[in-house]
Design a protein. Sequence first.
Length: 218
Amino acid sequence: MDKALEHKLREQITEVMQAMDARGLNRGTSGNVSARLGTSLLVTPTGLPPSALLPEHIVCIDADGHFDPDGMRPSSEWRMHQQLLALRPDANAVVHCHSRHATMLACAHREIPPLHYMVAVSGGASIPVAPYATFGSAELATSVINTLDGRYAALMANHGQVVIAPSLKHALLIAEEVEEQAAIYWGTLAIGGPALLSDDEMSRIMDRFKTYGQKKPG
């Protein structure tokens, strides 16, 4: 196992958890973050606030679900993280948080419709809601996996939001944008609801997003 890569990922996971706390995407001990490490998974521990989190607290779980019994216990959602990464070879990181507006919509079982072109950062024309299942359960993992269906982001009914992406930085950026779009949608609902973009326009936007931003050559 690449120890240098493991150390780097542990640091990045810690930084992402602390960034979510600082930016108001999470509160207390809610939310969790993971990254792929070969065939294993690095995931945040359960019940530890971001302010107290250190890289050495991050839990390593192998492909069979084994982790050091003498170390920190992993997040209750680790199975969801593991299954998402196992089924999405295009992704290397998962971010789950309880950001306020996304959670309000999730509790109302309202998907985020195509009200703004930035909804497309989710990988789809809308951001759907995964049906409710108890936190930490296999049923919740299945619900989220089925709802994402190739997208990067989804809301989780009566729970929060989840993002899967090629990198931890990318996942955090998408989670922030999901919260922003949730806030915009929530605001428009107070003044009669949004005027939505057409399916054709969202298709054009998603095509443009394939080459949007800075790309590495090659």
